[in-house]
Write a protein that binds this ligand. Structure first.
Ligand code: PGA
Length: 250
């Protein structure tokens, strides 16, 4: 679109540099708005970012004690105590070592008696804190953002939805054969994520090269929910390492 403000694509050498830069983005938002709300992802991709952030926090270089953290997604019916839950993963990887106070952690209501109503309340909780100052998200191999699976539109709210077989297979790493993988999840909506003041999409590795090409150079389509992030224009930064960027034409 003529005159549309452009997203930023930052291509870095490798995973470590992507992680450091993503941690820089989190640190600058948290420093500018210490009591603001942010959302951060689970998965392999953000692990390095969390290690970097925790090192800064433990060295006293970053204070997250006033930051509100909203979880992005969770399997339906599991609790943060479930070892296979995404929330448990996030607690271990980041929330606990970072010392985020429990009252500032907003668990996605995956085990609420009425998850749909609880999802609406989750949106209201975000709004009550002034909206998301930052959403850091990863990119699923099928183009999903959080658990906004293919078919999710740009206005999709926080909600319960069915997982695709591909996402269920991807979840095997969390469940490790210990329990049956749920076939439904609750996810922060793509619309909710698109409402953030800043969005940082982190992408690493050759295995993401094809889907990143579709996200950036294919049509904006609900078939590839990541492509809809482009609607955020200059509020979106994609930080990709060279391997992930290797199928981009420019
Ligand atoms: P990954 O997951 O970081 O483990 O590749 C990303 C995602 O599915 O959102």
């Amino acid at each position: 679109m003529a005159g549309a403000r452009q997203l930023t694509l930052t291509v870095v050498a490798d995973y470590d540099e992507m992680s450091r830069l993503a941690a820089d983005r989190v640190a600058s938002v948290v420093t500018a708005a210490p009591d603001g709300a942010i959302t951060v992802p689970t998965g392999e991709t953000p692990l390095g970012m969390y290690q970097d952030l925790v090192a800064r926090i433990q060295a006293g270089a970053l204070d997250v004690s006033h930051t509100h953290i909203f979880c992005l997604d969770e399997y339906l019916g599991v609790t943060p105590e479930d070892e296979a839950s995404l929330t448990h993963w996030l607690i271990q990887a980041f929330l606990k070592p970072a010392g985020i106070p429990r009252e500032h952690i907003h668990f996605i209501p995956s085990a609420a008696p009425d998850p749909q109503a609880a999802a609406q309340q989750y949106e209201a909780d975000i709004a009550a804190l002034g909206g998301l100052k930052l959403a850091v998200v990863g990119l699923g191999p099928n183009g999903h953002i959080a658990f906004n699976e293919p078919g999710s539109g740009p206005d999709a709210p926080t909600r319960v939805l069915d997982l695709t077989p591909r996402s269920i297979a991807q979840s095997e790493a969390y469940f490790d054969g210990k329990a049956e993988i749920p076939d439904q999840a609750i996810t922060m909506g793509l619309g909710t994520i698109l409402g953030a003041d800043r969005i940082v999409l982190i992408v690493s590795g050759e295995r993401k090269a094809d889907i990143l090409h579709k996200v950036l150079e294919g049509p904006e389509t609900t078939d590839v929910p990541g492509s809809l992030l482009r609607r955020a224009g200059d509020r979106l930064e994609i930080i990709a390492d060279q391997a992930a960027a290797s199928h981009l034409s420019k």
